[in-house]
Design a protein around this ligand. Sequence first.
Ligand code: BG6
Length: 486
Amino acid sequence: PRDPVAKLLLFGATGDLAQRMLLPSLYGLHADNLLPAELKIFGAARHDHDDEGYRAFARKALDQFLPEDRKNEAAIASFLERVFYQPTDLSDPESFTPLAEKVGDIAGGLAIYLSTAPSLFESAITGLQSVGLAGTTVRVGLEKPLGYDLESSREINDAVAKAFPEERTYRIDHYLGKETVQNILALRFGNSFFEPVWNAQGIDNVQITIAETVGLEERAGYYETAGALRDMVQNHILQLLALVAMEPPAHFDGTDVRDEKSKVFRSLRIMKPEEVPQMTVTGQYGEGAVKGQFVKSYAEELGQSSTTETFVAIKAHIDNWRWQGVPFYLRTGKRMATRRSEIAIQFKAVPHSMFAGRGGLLQPNMLIIRLQPEEYIQLLVMAKEPGLDRNGVRLREVPLNLSLDAEFAGSRRRIAYERLLLDLIEGDQTLFVRRDEVEAQWRFIDAIRAGWDANDVKPKSYPSGSWGPSAAIALTERDGVTWQDD
Ligand code: BG6
């Protein structure tokens, strides 16, 4: 049952995420009348704004980041009337008293969104508790990064758990807010025909790619402590893997969906240090051209040399009955040839081809779920080419296409954070990450890092605008599998 709160408190209210995503998302929900009518939004950060000053700041962010066709002066004005601000220093215990006064009565429920460095979580939680902003009517949303390994993530989770039990803790992975990601569930569990072949008997391999064209984006301070493995695989890629691999949940709710995802994470094969060099490839972008634009190398952007990986490819296994022997090839990188997030599922070849010698080679069927930038689902099937070939029939691979862009052309594309903010405000945990999931994800990631350290693995340079180091191609080709690139 949904249980909307009357107040939202946003820490990090002047940060980059707030400007680009959170304020535009809250505005989007407001403009579509999806927010509780009485909802008040309190921004908090170190900047010294008053309410009016922050409203001007928020207006500027909306001006800059809302698409033109979403800007509506009346809606912006009424949105800003909901917005208030309190200068707050999370590391200063004194800061919380005026904050609590500003927020006032929380009997109608309060949702807190911590979009700040996790190093501040502990003092934030203590501060909130000390002024009564952590009681049973309060829930908390946590932005990544939630630690940099299992141990540090446990410390963060322990600190949060002192004030907020799991059922009031909402860990954000913004990939779960994307429409196309939720569509994986619709495709798998809203249709009957995939499920019978959705296993090791039917599927040869699964490929998950998140390729970006952007580089460091002035995030050196954070990215240097993370790298592609922690930044993208630990969270987004593993969440996609879980949605593809999990057993059918009994209900679409926070308990059942997360139980099933968690089982997948617990079944991920943990690599031994000596296996890691064989099962992973790391890279760092050198200079090159991305879509015809010359771009600098990572080291040059950073201003010094570094061993942080901006690309990683992994051959993963899920040790359970359904997926025995099916490799999951995962890869993500910055400064790649093109921006693309995609899941490609390659089915087994036919057991016997009656066309052998009389119609060319059969390609195994492939299901492609393109998450972004386009949104479509494509099933590659063999079809007969028209013609009167005397030697037999000529077969060709052709796509069965479902363009979600075209099919749902009338509906607005929403920012992933709209879904997640609405669910936080209304109290639905289905699309948030549970503690046991995070910890199992880290266990898999930590083993890879330990293997890199033990074997002194350093990222290989790859040209910007490519698909990563050539070793990433070898990773699949060794198994006779080719990455699905067009
Ligand atoms: C973030 C990472 O979590 O996801 C960024 O920190 C990355 O490095 C981003 O660019 C990608 O998100 P999206 O929605 O653009 O695919």
